[in-house]
Design a protein around this ligand. Structure first.
Ligand SMILES: Cc1cc2nc3c(=O)[nH]c(=O)nc-3n(C[C@H](O)[C@H](O)[C@H](O)COP(=O)(O)OP(=O)(O)OC[C@H]3O[C@@H](n4cnc5c(N)ncnc54)[C@H](O)[C@@H]3O)c2cc1C
Length: 322
């Protein structure tokens, strides 16, 4: 059985040790050979440290510095060296970058995908994967018959075992990469860089009531009138792909505390409220006077967004001309 553990070259040794513990649990009695892979490696010392844990280490030879690691670059490299039907399990840290890489790699490998694994156990040929739900109050088990599977492993969930008596081997690999090659060319701060949800003074939150990308576009225009503001959204808005997941607010999204929270077409489900409860002034716009959010707002506006937003934008534009 082949188990790959994918890491960035800046990853801590403790992260690798925990992943190795998870890999060993998956591989128990199944003649598994867990191997660390650094899609872009530059540290010989780091490779030695990880090999000392007792697993083999592979470094992607033509990789640049660890700073160059991007989800696209890592995926590009991993797709070049992993083939559908050949790999059993691939583990990655449960960090933002790897959560972007893992589902795409699973798709490439035609493998199952699970994020944030905190516990593992085999029952016969079925591998059970435990992950937190309800803000950590419950552990949900997913069953996977056989493989292959790509998982992200929650930090602090697996107890690193004893170091192996022998160090693992260190090899570098340079897969043939078909087609074009992309490379990281640096980054720079720019005027267009959005404020993060956590830093924003004002959050304009979109709910399913905005109706779709056009409604969201109106909210985007509203945000341009409010300096220091950013668009956020409820889970359905992100599930529909109207906003990226890093803009989701709530139990399974971000916990925010802006000075002003403007909720547009958000019903006020408890899972959303839990993420914005520390906000300052809360303004709620909803066409349903019975929407639960009104009980948690400072200012409530019962209006249809389709009529309200264009009129509000007109008023703001007129104000700007004065
Ligand atoms: C385990 C779990 C975790 C979850 N985590 C999160 C989370 O992190 N964040 C989150 O947001 N949700 C989360 N949810 C989902 C949550 O339960 C709700 O389903 C979700 O918040 C509802 O989103 P919404 O208010 O945008 O949509 P809806 O519930 O569909 O509400 C839409 C609202 O828009 C109003 N509306 C419709 N049309 C208009 C219009 N033209 N003008 C004005 N108002 C209009 C409606 O009256 C309604 O109140 C989670 C659920 C579960 C089970």
């Amino acid at each position: 059985m082949k188990i790959w553990m994918i890491l960035g070259s800046k990853e801590k040794l403790s992260t690798g040790a925990e992943m190795l513990a998870a890999a060993r649990q998956i591989g128990e009695d199944r003649s598994a050979c867990p191997t660390f892979v650094f899609p872009f490696g530059d540290g010989a010392q780091q490779a030695k440290d990880f090999a000392a844990l007792g697993a083999d280490v592979q470094i992607f030879a033509p990789g640049g510095k660890g700073d160059d690691l991007t989800p696209e670059g890592a995926l590009f490299c991993l797709r070049a060296c992993m083939a559908p039907g050949k790999e059993d399990f691939v583990l990655m840290p449960d960090a933002a970058m790897w959560r972007a890489v893992a589902p795409a790699l699973a798709f490439h490998l035609e493998a199952a995908f699970a994020a944030g694994i905190r516990a593992l156990r085999w029952e016969g040929e079925e591998l059970f994967l435990g992950r937190q739900t309800w803000s950590g109050r419950r552990l949900a088990w997913l069953g996977l018959r056989g493989g292959p599977g790509v998982f992200t492993v929650a930090q602090g969930a697996f107890l690193p075992g004893e170091r192996g008596e022998k160090s693992g081997s260190i090899t570098s690999f340079a897969p043939l990469i078909p087609g074009g090659e992309s490379r990281f060319c640096g980054e720079e701060p720019g005027a267009g860089v959005a404020l993060g949800l956590k830093e924003a003074r004002i959050i304009v939150a979109a709910g399913r009531g905005v109706g779709g990308p056009e409604g969201l576009d109106l909210l985007g225009k509203l945000a341009t009138h409010l300096p220091g503001s950013i668009l956020g959204g409820s889970r359905p808005v992100c599930d529909c792909g109207w906003l990226p997941y890093d803009r989701q607010i709530g139990e399974t999204g971000a916990d925010v505390a802006p000075e002003l929270y403007l909720a547009c077409g958000v019903s006020g489900a408890s899972q959303h409220l839990v993420g914005m409860g520390r906000s300052g002034l809360v303004v709620v716009v909803n066409k349903d006077p019975a929407a639960p959010f009104f009980r948690h707002g400072d200012v409530g506006i019962v209006e249809d967004l389709g009529a309200f937003l264009p009129r509000l934008l007109e008023v703001l534009a007129e104000e700007k001309k004065k």
